[in-house]
Design a protein around this ligand. Structure first.
Ligand code: SF4
Length: 685
C-alpha cells in the first residue's frame, strides 16, 4: 500500500486570493498540491469556489520561485545565506536611524499576509525601530472605507454578515464587479436576484450583474458623490426615509437636508449623465424595499473624494434605517485582497494601533506599551505615498516592502521607481522576483498563502484559520519567521514565538479581539469581530443597540460633490478606468504562472464601438495608450461593456505599463489613489 507520505491528505485553509474568504480543502501528496476543493461546510462559500481559488496554485512549484535570499553586489543580485542577508538589513536599518532618526525607516506591510504577520510587522516598527512608519496596501484600495465607515458608524468594517443578504429584497451594488472579482459573492447575489430580490447596479461599465439589473445607473467616472446625493434627494422628497430612526439614532439630518436641495434629479443627471428617470426609479426601489442592502467595491473608494463617496453612500442606508436594525443589510465593502480587513485590524497603519486605537490617544498607547515594554511614538507615521515622497527627498533611508509589488501596482509608477532608486536601503519580501524586488538591495524569499500558518479576516469581519498545506521551497520562510529573525539580529526579542502566540498577544491588547484564539477558531471555524471575550459569539451584525461613534448615533455627512482630479480634454479625450478580470488576481504574479493564464492570456483595452470608429481602432489592434503621466501598450477590444468616452483595462498585466498611466491624485482624506479616473488618448504604437 501507499506509505503515509504518498497517501493523499487534505488541509482545511482559507483562500488567499480575494476577500470573500472561501474555505478550501487542499489535497496534497508527495509534498505537492494535487487539488483544491471548495469546502461544503465553508461558512461563506457553502461548497463553492472560483477559478482563482480552485485552480491558481501552479505558481507554487514554478521554477521562478525565490528560494534563497539575494543581496545586491556591484549592481547585481546574488544568492547569499540568511545570516548574511539579515545582517545587511540590520546594518542598513541601524545606519538609517543613525543618519535620520527612527523615522528614516518605514515598512509597507501586506494585505496578503496573515494577521499574525501584520501584527508582528507593526510591532517591529514600533518596538525595534521606534517609529509609526508602517502602512499596508489597503491604502490603495479600501482606506476610504475605513475612514468613511468609521466616521459614519464608528467601526472600520462592513456593518453586517453577508448571510443577511439572503433576506434582502433589494440589492444596491455600487462600483463593483463581483461576478468577476468576487465570484462566490457574485453567485450568491445572483441567486438572491433569481429568487426575487430587486437589483440596482451603479457602475459605468455593463458589468456582469448589470445584465440582470432592474435599473443600471452608469455615472460618469468621478461623479459618485453627486449620484448618491441624487438618490438621497429622492428618498427625502418622496417620504421614503425612516423618520423614527432618524429622530432616535442619527446626527446631521438638517445639514444634509439643506445640502440635498442642490441635488435634484435634473441637476444630478447633468453632472453624472445618469438619466433623471433612472435615478428616481433606483431610489424608489431602494427606498420602498423592506430590507435593502448595499454592497460596494473600489469604484466607490479609488477616487479623489473616495471617503466622501463612502460616507454619501452610507447616508442612503442611514436615511432608510437599514443599518443597525433588522430592516436592512447596511453598507458592506467587498474587499479585493484576502486580508485587507485584517492588515488594518492588526494596526499595520501609521496612525492606528492594533484594534484601531489612535497613536495620538494616550490610553490606546498605554495598552500596548504595557505589553511591549516600550514607549510608542505619539506622532502618526508616513502613509505609503508619503514614504515614496520622503525617499525621493532623502528623508527616508530604509524601506521594507513586504509582499507588494509597488513598482507595478502603485500609481504613477515612474515616481515610485525614482523613490526606490533614491532610498539607500530597499528590502523586499517576495515570492517571485517582482519589479520591486529587481530594484531592491536585499530580497528575502518568503512563503505564500498555501504554505502559511495563521488567520485572515474576510470582508464581513470573520476571523478564519490559514493552515500550511505544503512547505515553502528551498530556504524560503514565512514573513512571520523573517520578522522575528530580523528582530533577533537587531538584538530585540519580539516575543510571540508562534502565530498562535501572536494572536493571543493581540487579543490581550485589543478589546475588540479579546475573545479570539487559534484554538477557538480550530473548534468553531469562523468568528466575527468585535468579539470581547472567549464566550462571546462575535457580532456578525453591528450597531443593534447603538452606533460606535462617540455620541452613539449614526452620522450623516453633507459633503458637496467636487469634480475628480483628472479631466478629459482635447489632448486626452478618453477616461481610463482600471479594475479586475475573472481569471487573474492583482498584479497577476501568481495567477499568470499556471493554468489560469490560458483562460485570460493577455490584457485588453476595452473601448466602445463609437470610440473605435472615431479613433480608427480595429478590434485586436496593438495600441499605445498615453496619459499625462506615462505610456502603456495594450491590445484593443471593441466592446459595448464600456461606455462611450471611457476605456477599461485590468491591472493584472503590469508589464503593459498600466500604472505608468495613472496619476498621483489621491483621496483627500486617506491618500487612496484615484485609479478610477485617468484621462488618456489612444493611438497606433
Ligand atoms: Fe478565493 Fe475569492 Fe474565489 Fe473564493 S471567490 S475562491 S475567496 S478568489
Amino acid at each position: 500500500g501507499l506509505t503515509s507520505a504518498h497517501r493523499p491528505a487534505a488541509t482545511r485553509t482559507t483562500c488567499g486570493y480575494c476577500g470573500v474568504g472561501c474555505s478550501l480543502d487542499v489535497v496534497t501528496s508527495d509534498g505537492e498540491v494535487r487539488a483544491v476543493l471548495p469546502a461544503r461546510d465553508g461558512p461563506v462559500n457553502q461548497g463553492h469556489a472560483c477559478v482563482k481559488g480552485r485552480f491558481a496554485h501552479g505558481y507554487l512549484t514554478s521554477p521562478e520561485r525565490l528560494t534563497r535570499p539575494l543581496l545586491r553586489r556591484d549592481g547585481r543580485l546574488e544568492p547569499v545565506g540568511w545570516d548574511e542577508a539579515l545582517g545587511r538589513v540590520a546594518r542598513g536599518m541601524r545606519a538609517a536611524v543613525a543618519a535620520g532618526g527612527a523615522d528614516a525607516v518605514a515598512a509597507i506591510s501586506s494585505a496578503r499576509a496573515t494577521n499574525e504577520e501584520n501584527y508582528l510587522v507593526q510591532k517591529f516598527l514600533r518596538v525595534v525601530i521606534g517609529t509609526n512608519n508602517v502602512d499596508n496596501c489597503s491604502r490603495l484600495c479600501h482606506s476610504p472605507s475605513a475612514a468613511g465607515l468609521t466616521a459614519s458608524f464608528g467601526l472600520s468594517g462592513g456593518t453586517d454578515s453577508f448571510d443577511d443578504v439572503e433576506r434582502a429584497d433589494c440589492l444596491l451594488v455600487v462600483g463593483a464587479n463581483p461576478v468577476e472579482a468576487h465570484p462566490v459573492v457574485g453567485a450568491r447575489l445572483m441567486r438572491r436576484v433569481l429568487r426575487g430580490a430587486k437589483l440596482v447596479v451603479a457602475d459605468p461599465r455593463a458589468v456582469g450583474l448589470a445584465l440582470h439589473a432592474d435599473v443600471h445607473l452608469r455615472p460618469r467616472p468621478g461623479t459618485n458623490v453627486a449620484l448618491f446625493h441624487g438618490l438621497a434627494h429622492v428618498l427625502l422628497a418622496e417620504g421614503l426615509a425612516d423618520e423614527g430612526f432618524l429622530r432616535e439614532r442619527v446626527t446631521g439630518l438638517p445639514e444634509l437636508t439643506e445640502l440635498l436641495e442642490d441635488y435634484p434629479p435634473d441637476r444630478v443627471a447633468a453632472i453624472t449623465e445618469v438619466p433623471a428617470a433612472d435615478l428616481i426609479a433606483a431610489a424608489r426601489l431602494y427606498g420602498r424595499a423592506l430590507r435593502p442592502a448595499i454592497v460596494y467595491g473600489l469604484g466607490v473608494t479609488e477616487h479623489l473624494h473616495g471617503t466622501d463617496g463612502v460616507r454619501s453612500l452610507a447616508n442612503l442606508a442611514i436615511l432608510r434605517g437599514a443599518v443597525g436594525t433588522d430592516r436592512g443589510y447596511g453598507v458592506n465593502p467587498l474587499r479585493g485582497q484576502n486580508n485587507v480587513q485584517g492588515a488594518s485590524d492588526m494596526g499595520a497603519l501609521p496612525d492606528l494601533l492594533p484594534g484601531y486605537g489612535k497613536v495620538t490617544d494616550p490610553a490606546a498607547r498605554a495598552r500596548v506599551e504595557a505589553a511591549w515594554g516600550v514607549r510608542v511614538p505619539e506622532r502618526p507615521g508616513l502613509r505609503i505615498p508619503d514614504m515614496f515622497a520622503a525617499a525621493r527627498a532623502g528623508a527616508l533611508r530604509a524601506l521594507w516592502v513586504i509582499g507588494e509589488d509597488v513598482c507595478a501596482t502603485d500609481p504613477d509608477a515612474n515616481q515610485v521607481a525614482r523613490a526606490l532608486e533614491a532610498c539607500p536601503l530597499v528590502v523586499c519580501n517576495e515570492v517571485f522576483l517582482s519589479e520591486t524586488a529587481r530594484r531592491a538591495d536585499v530580497v528575502l524569499p518568503v512563503a505564500s498563502w498555501l504554505e502559511k500558518d495563521g488567520t485572515f479576516v474576510n470582508f464581513d469581519r470573520r476571523f478564519q484559520r490559514v493552515r500550511p498545506a505544503v512547505s515553502p521551497p528551498g530556504e524560503a520562510r514565512s514573513d512571520f519567521d523573517v520578522v522575528r529573525a530580523l528582530a533577533d539580529v537587531m538584538g530585540v526579542d519580539l516575543g510571540c514565538p508562534t502565530p498562535a502566540d501572536a494572536l493571543a498577544e493581540c487579543a490581550r491588547v485589543t478589546p475588540v479581539f479579546a475573545g479570539l484564539s487559534h484554538d477557538r477558531l480550530d473548534r468553531e471555524g469562523d468568528v466575527p469581530w468585535p468579539c470581547p471575550d472567549p464566550d462571546h459569539p462575535g457580532e456578525a451584525k453591528l450597531y443593534k443597540e447603538r452606533f460606535a461613534t462617540p455620541d452613539g448615533r449614526a452620522h450623516l455627512t453633507a459633503a458637496p460633490y467636487l469634480p475628480p482630479g483628472e479631466q478629459p480634454d482635447d489632448d486626452y479625450p478618453l477616461v481610463l478606468v482600471t479594475g479586475r478580470r475573472w481569471a487573474h488576481y492583482n498584479s497577476g504574479s501568481m495567477t499568470r504562472r499556471g493554468g489560469n493564464l490560458a483562460l485570460d492570456p493577455i490584457d485588453f483595452l476595452d473601448l466602445h464601438p463609437d470610440d473605435a470608429l472615431r479613433y480608427g481602432v480595429r478590434d485586436g489592434a496593438q495600441l499605445t495608450v498615453e496619459s499625462r503621466h506615462g505610456e502603456a501598450r495594450l491590445v484593443a477590444r471593441v466592446s459595448e461593456q464600456t461606455a462611450p468616452g471611457q476605456v477599461f483595462c485590468s491591472f493584472h498585466f503590469p508589464a503593459s505599463g498600466v500604472n505608468r498611466l495613472t496619476s498621483d491624485h489621491a483621496d483627500t482624506v486617506t491618500s487612496c489613489p484615484e485609479y478610477k479616473v485617468t484621462a488618456v488618448r489612444v493611438g497606433a504604437p
